[in-house]
Design a protein around this ligand. Structure first.
Ligand code: SF4
Ligand code: SF4
Length: 308
């Protein structure tokens, strides 16, 4: 199949498509000492799928995750579209969306999809940072593929650095442990400072909301990412519904990939921040059911603070 045909097939579904030799990525990953699984495929397709910007505030009864999780789970939405194309190519392929050992951001910057901003997100010319990334490896070589360099960067801007409430960003890089979007997705006990800073049920949008490269972007709404009712999450549902019932009611959302107990811990964290003692009975009852140390420790801190 010609390179042009492959490019067209992916472009018919995805917003940005760039094809480079896999070796370009392998060489760059090795020079950065990144772990590399066996990449026995000659060609690498890097994909971006745009998602819209939609901000919704949490309340004392309903909590809201980062807006990239609104609508269908992007892992599922992208994988099924990639699979449909790969099944038709006639070559051995391998692909991934987000949760895999390869570095999608490195792939995206090497392929010209966008540049790595100081907020650690890939920023594209057309869609800003409101894009999901994915890759497809194809076991077939093509001539004339090469790295794509784009002439765009943050320059002297530091708006995300100044806006980050936890000082996770700096001119020198990124301190992952300080980032809300990292620690509210980790099964770890949380400090009172971490809980005070955190404002979202899952993830954090601040450093892309302030980015001037995103001005006027985030308007495209693919059908997969239309609002479907999974945006405002009732606190009672987080604690009272089984995982299965929750998934059915909220349409198998992307924020469930770490499990419902993590969502319960995050709901408790938000109640701490809101000084919201309306659900103390649910918090206390959950302690009887879930004995993981990271959960118990955080919940006890929240319960004790709310009882004062
Ligand atoms: S996601 Fe939030 S906490 Fe993390 S770097 Fe961006 S603004 Fe800071
Ligand atoms: S806010 Fe400024 S410094 Fe941060 S990623 Fe956007 S352009 Fe770069």
């Amino acid at each position: 199949m010609s390179l042009q045909t492959i490019q067209s097939k992916f472009e018919s579904v995805f917003d940005l498509v760039s094809i480079i030799p896999t070796k370009t990525y392998v060489d760059a990953a090795k020079s950065l000492n990144k772990g590399l699984p066996d990449l026995d495929y000659e060609t690498l397709v890097v994909l971006a799928y745009a998602y819209p910007k939609r901000t919704i505030a949490s309340s004392k009864t309903h909590l809201v995750p980062s807006f990239y999780t609104f609508g269908e789970d992007y892992h599922r939405a992208m994988k099924k579209r990639i699979k449909a194309i790969c099944d038709d190519l006639g070559y051995k392929t391998s692909y991934g969306v987000d949760n895999h050992p390869l570095d999608e951001r490195l792939m995206a910057s090497l392929s010209g999809i966008g540049f790595l901003g100081k907020n650690q997100l890939i920023i594209s010319q057309t869609y800003g940072s409101y894009i999901f990334l994915a890759y497809v490896l194809i076991d077939h070589p093509y001539e004339d593929l090469h790295q794509v360099t784009i002439d765009n960067h943050c320059g002297t801007c530091r708006q995300c650095i100044d806006a980050c409430p936890t000082n996770a960003l700096s001119e020198l890089g990124y301190d992952m442990e300080k980032c809300m979007s990292f620690y509210n997705q980790e099964k770890i006990p949380l400090s009172t400072k971490q809980m005070k800073d955190n404002y979202a049920l899952f993830g954090c949008d601040i450093c892309q909301l302030v980015c001037p490269k995103n001005l006027g972007k985030g308007k495209i709404v693919h059908q997969a990412f239309e609002l479907n009712g999974n945006e405002k999450v009732a606190i009672e549902d987080i604690f009272n519904l089984t995982k299965k019932a929750f998934n059915q009611k909220y349409h198998y959302p992307a924020y469930m990939w770490k499990g419902k107990t993590l969502l319960m811990r995050n709901a408790a964290m938000m109640m701490y921040q809101q000084k919201n003692a309306d659900y103390l009975d649910l918090l206390e009852a959950s302690l009887e059911q879930f004995d993981m140390p990271w959960y118990q420790k955080t919940l006890n801190t929240v319960i004790n603070a709310l009882k004062k």
